[in-house]
Write a protein of this length. Structure first.
Length: 735
């Protein structure tokens, strides 16, 4: 440790206060100071800075659970005292574990909600790794499965699994390298992205090897491998942002064949436009353009977005903007997010890049035919002898954005690897786009949107950074709203306090006014909103939408019934309940209350054979549970369009009699309607079996839940049929 760092360390000791009753006080105080000093030294070695020194209170944890030796909240550490009043090894380990949490809360507040990072750091610095791995051997695969199935990291099984993964990691400054990378992100002030289990389990690669696959529709990271969250030089991959940021003012420039920067292909033209320059990744074009107009290097409207994604500053000149001077860096994940924004804001540039495999930097390769039609951009970071230090390829297709980085290789040498990744993803139905009208029952001005990541609006003039929290209507009236790095959280009167998660994009699209069918009474305001639809159109990937519908319709559904309903829900995405518009999120279409992580098996169900050209596939909770409900006669009359004097039900229809008069003559007329015309507005559990008119009220009797048509979920749960047989039974024909 240098004398300066040592002096800082002595000056930066935290202030510990020991609460009365915590014994033995003096040894605990010594261990607390020693533990903090070790943590501070680790922080300094990794980041080159000193952590803050908060005031900490140490208390006796008499209320701790039996399996807990310590606990923390910001500024306070609780310890379970030993029975004999002596300082035990367990107390020392627990103290160091909780001090690690306190260190991160003080030095890295951006990671305060990242439980996996916090627990990993505490395990790695407290001396617990070996102890947590005592007992039966745990494989890496089993450890990953254990973590995936654990709802909390605060138990022995989860910590054992986490310790197993950490013990297998590459080390750096005495810590798993995945943690030192994150500590440096803290010190650099880079926007925090939560640690993932995939980062802990990825195969150790040389610096620079990475793979990111991002959903264009939901924004979620579908794959993260290698150094996906490590800032890397980006080579030429930002050239499309120079073109997009110029608002269409890119010039046609003379080619200077004498300069090496203009060596962009064998057949050098006399002049070059931006399309050719992008496909050939011609450095000379962009350098000369930036020399003519210095603003080009600042990346236009994309500059602020790229800074939010981790770019240290806007490029000073063209050479820095196109990566010839590799002084700026972006993580592969941030680069993928930037291309998602580019695809949403400037499809013209994306369309240019779709020709790369035909006449660009990835043409005339064995893999070129497999990459045709995909928007591609390559980048190469070279040393002083023009040897490739790092190669990158960015790919944008209809459903995903992929970034592949390989150390010491040129992009053309691993284009086949990227083609393999994309071919594996191609055709996976869960990745397709799904749109839904959301929150049509809530007045638009009452919906508040919060973006825990980076809020970006895709407008006609490019991207614009938006407020983290604002009214969704205000956002979407300006442009399509994206939240990079996290799902949107929507709040509204009557909704959950924490809000609903929506991983995807919102756009503003007011529906046409609802006109009730001729002869039907005017609907209530709620009925009108449900039938009219919503001004908010939400786009996500199909897998997340279907999982959200399944959670809203029946969160306990599992196995074959879940697979059957998943296929029916996905099929209905292509049907029309609101002519010319997406489905709504109410029971008028399919209930949807935000995106939900799919369960294992959902993808396989969605990728099964399509259900053919059948129209809308109905389903209901079903079952045989009897029920009885009372409704005012006036409400019944409003639903039917007349006051009934008798009511009957058969074949999913309501049959009723009404009195009419013609002068002195009184007649009784019979009528019938689909039962849904009555069930839905009266919010009855199902189409009734019978009804009694009692004065000004009507008592309905029935069984089961829902409209009684199509797939009966309760019956499916208790039956022996697989999902194909369930679909065939519900909808006929082979499914």
């Amino acid at each position: 440790m240098s004398p300066l760092v040592l002096a800082l360390a002595l000056a930066a000791a935290p202030s510990f206060e020991l609460a009365p009753g915590l014994e033995p006080a003096a040894p605990i105080a010594r261990e607390a100071n020693a533990g903090w000093r070790d943590l501070a030294d680790t922080w300094s070695d990794v980041t080159g800075t000193r952590p803050p020194s908060p005031k900490l209170r140490l208390e006796r944890g008499d209320d701790l659970a039996p399996d807990r030796a310590g606990a923390s909240r910001i500024g306070v550490v609780e310890l379970r005292a030993s029975r004999d009043g002596l300082l035990t090894t367990q107390m020392v380990v627990a103290l160091r574990h909780e001090l690690a949490h306190q260190m991160l809360w003080a030095a890295c507040p951006a990671a305060s909600d990242d439980a996996l990072f916090h627990e990993s750091f505490a395990l790695a610095t407290s001396g617990e790794l070996a102890a947590w791995n005592d007992g039966t051997y745990l494989s890496m695969g089993a450890a990953k499965r254990q973590l995936a199935s654990s709802h909390s990291l605060d138990n022995r099984a989860a910590r054992s699994a986490l310790a197993r993964l950490l013990a297998n990691a590459q080390m750096d400054h005495g810590l798993p390298r995945v943690l030192t990378v994150r500590l440096r992100r803290c010190a650099d002030g880079t926007r925090w992205i939560p640690l993932t289990v995939d980062e802990l389990t990825s195969i150790p690669l040389a610096d620079g090897d990475a793979l990111v696959v991002l959903s264009r529709h939901s924004g979620e990271a579908l794959q993260l491998q290698g150094d996906a969250n490590v800032p890397l030089p980006f080579g030429s991959t930002l050239k499309p942002f120079l073109a997009a940021g110029s608002f269409g003012s890119a010039p046609v420039l003379p080619v200077d064949a004498k300069r090496e920067e203009w060596s962009c292909g064998d057949d050098a033209p006399k002049t070059m436009n931006v399309e050719t320059a992008l496909l050939r990744s011609c450095n000379g074009y962009f350098l000369d353009w930036a020399a003519r107009d210095a603003k080009v290097a600042k990346l236009g409207a994309y500059g602020p977005v790229l800074k939010q994604l981790g770019l240290a500053h806007l490029p000073a000149d063209g050479s820095e903007a196109i990566g010839l001077r590799p002084t700026l860096k972006l993580t592969p994940l941030a680069l993928a997010q930037a291309y998602r924004v580019l695809a949403a804001t400037n499809p013209n540039v994306i369309d240019i890049l779709r020709h790369n495999a035909e006449r660009g930097t990835l043409s005339n390769l064995p893999a070129s035919s497999r990459l045709r039609g995909i928007a591609l951009k390559t980048g190469t970071v070279r040393d002083a002898d023009s040897r490739a230090e790092l190669g990158l390829i960015v790919a944008v297709d209809d459903d995903v954005v992929a970034v592949m980085a390989r150390k010491g290789r040129q992009p053309r040498s691993f284009a086949g690897e990227l083609a393999d990744v994309l071919e594996h993803l191609r055709g996976q139905r869960e990745l397709a786009k799904a749109e839904v009208q959301v929150l049509g029952l809530v007045p638009p001005e009452q919906v508040e949107a919060r973006c825990p990541g980076i809020s970006v609006l895709a407008t006609a003039s490019g991207p614009k950074l938006a407020s983290v929290t604002t009214q969704l209507e205000d956002l979407t009236r300006t442009g399509d709203a994206l939240c990079l790095g996290a799902p949107w959280m929507l709040s509204f009167p009557g909704g959950p306090k924490e809000g609903r998660a929506y991983a995807g994009t919102f756009r503003w699209s007011p529906p046409p006014s609802y006109v009730p069918p001729e002869g039907m009474p005017p609907p209530s305001e709620r009925q009108r909103r449900a039938r009219e639809g919503s001004s908010f159109i939400f786009a996500t990937r199909l897998g997340l939408y279907v999982a959200g519908v399944l959670a809203a319709e029946d969160s306990q559904l599992a196995g074959e019934p879940r697979a059957a309903l998943a296929r029916a829900v996905a099929h209905n995405v292509g049907a029309e309940r609101h002519p010319g518009r997406p489905l709504c999120d109410t029971t008028h279409c399919q209930a949807f209350r935000g995106t939900v992580r799919p369960q294992p098996g959902d993808a396989a169900a969605l990728n099964d054979d399509a259900l053919g050209s059948a129209g809308w596939l109905t389903f209901s909770q079903g079952g045989d549970e009897p029920w009885s409900e009372v409704r005012p006669l006036a409400k019944v009359a409003q639903a039917l369009g007349a006051t009934p004097i008798t009511l009957g039900f058969a074949e999913e229809r309501v049959r009723f009699t009404v009195r009419t008069s013609d002068g002195d003559a009184v007649y009784e007329d019979r009528a019938e309607l689909p039962c849904e015309r009555l069930r839905n507005p009266l919010h009855l559990p199902a189409c009734p079996d019978a009804a009694e008119l009692v004065g000004s009220q009507v008592r309905f009797h029935g069984h089961g839940r829902g409209h009684g048509e199509g797939l009966d979920l309760e019956a499916a749960k208790h039956g022996p049929l697989d999902h194909r047989e369930l679909l065939k039974s519900a909808y006929g024909a082979d499914r």
